[in-house]
Design a binder for this molecule. Structure first.
Ligand code: CA
Length: 233
C-alpha cells in the first residue's frame, strides 16, 4: 500500500524513469527535476525492478520495449507487490489496446513521441490523483467503507489494496449510489487527460470488482448495458 499511504506533502516526490533510449530518459529526468521531483533511472527491466525495490518511488514511468525484461513483465511484477502509480510509454497507439487487453492496471498510457510538457502534465495529474488533499469524507455501502482522506478502502474493516485508478472509480460510484454513470464520465474522473479509451474503464472495473469480491464484499457494482456502471446496495 506504499502508494496510497500519503506521505506528508513537504516530501519531495520521487519518480523512477525506465527507458532504454538514453537521450529520452535524460530529457524526462531533466524536466522532472526542474519540476522538483527526485528521479532515478533504469535502462533495462532487470535494473528497473532492482531500483524500484530499493528506492520505492512515488511514480514509475515505464517504457514497454526494454532489454532483458520488457515493460509489460516489469509492470506485472510491480503490480504483484504494489499499487504504485505507473505511466506506460508506448511506441505505437495499437500497443495501448494490447495493454488494455492484458488488464495489468497501468494508470496512464503515453504514446511516444510525446512532448515533455504533456508528460509533465500527466505526471502531475497521476500524483495529484494519488495523494490529493481530498475533503475528509467516509463513504459506506454495506460492508465497503471508503475513506477519501486516508485514501483507504476496507471490506468488513479489512483493508483492500487498490490502485489509484481503481480507488477513484469506486469513490465516484459510491458518491452517487444508484446512478448509472457512463464510461466516458468514469474515464474522465479516474484517468483525466489520458489517452486511454473508454474500454480502459472496463478493465479497471473488472480488477476492482475482483478485488472487492476477493475481500468478501457482495457484488454491488452493476454493468449498465450500452452506458457504463452503477453501484447499488
Ligand atoms: Ca524502448
Amino acid at each position: 500500500m506504499q502508494s496510497l499511504t500519503g506521505k506528508v506533502s513537504t516530501d519531495m516526490l520521487s519518480v523512477l524513469v525506465v527507458e532504454d533510449e538514453l537521450t529520452l530518459a535524460q530529457t524526462i529526468e531533466l524536466y522532472l527535476r526542474k519540476e522538483g521531483y527526485k528521479t532515478e533511472r533504469a535502462a533495462d527491466g532487470e535494473k528497473a525492478l532492482a531500483i524500484w525495490r530499493a528506492f520505492k518511488p512515488d511514480l514509475v514511468i515505464l517504457d514497454i520495449g526494454l532489454p532483458r525484461i520488457d515493460g509489460l513483465e516489469v509492470l506485472k511484477r510491480i503490480r504483484a507487490e504494489s499499487n504504485v502509480p505507473v505511466i506506460m510509454l508506448t511506441a505505437r497507439a495499437e500497443e495501448v489496446d494490447e495493454l488494455l487487453g492484458l488488464g495489468l492496471g497501468a494508470d496512464d498510457y503515453i504514446i511516444k513521441p510525446a512532448s515533455a510538457r504533456k508528460l509533465m502534465a500527466r505526471v502531475k495529474t497521476v500524483l495529484r490523483r494519488d495523494r490529493s488533499e481530498e475533503q475528509k469524507q467516509v463513504l459506506r455501502m454495506s460492508e465497503i467503507e471508503l475513506d477519501t482522506y486516508a485514501v483507504q478502502v476496507t471490506v468488513s474493516s479489512d483493508p483492500v489494496s487498490l490502485t489509484p485508478t481503481e480507488f477513484r472509480l469506486l469513490q465516484h460510484l459510491m458518491q452517487t449510489p444508484g446512478r448509472a454513470i457512463s464510461r466516458l464520465e468514469l474515464l474522465e474522473v479516474s484517468m483525466p487527460e489520458s489517452e486511454a479509451y473508454e474500454r480502459a474503464v472496463d478493465i479497471h472495473m473488472t480488477n476492482l470488482r475482483r478485488k472487492l469480491k476477493e475481500a468478501g464484499a457482495s457484488d454491488m457494482i452493476h454493468t449498465v448495458r450500452g452506458l457504463g456502471y452503477r453501484i447499488q446496495d
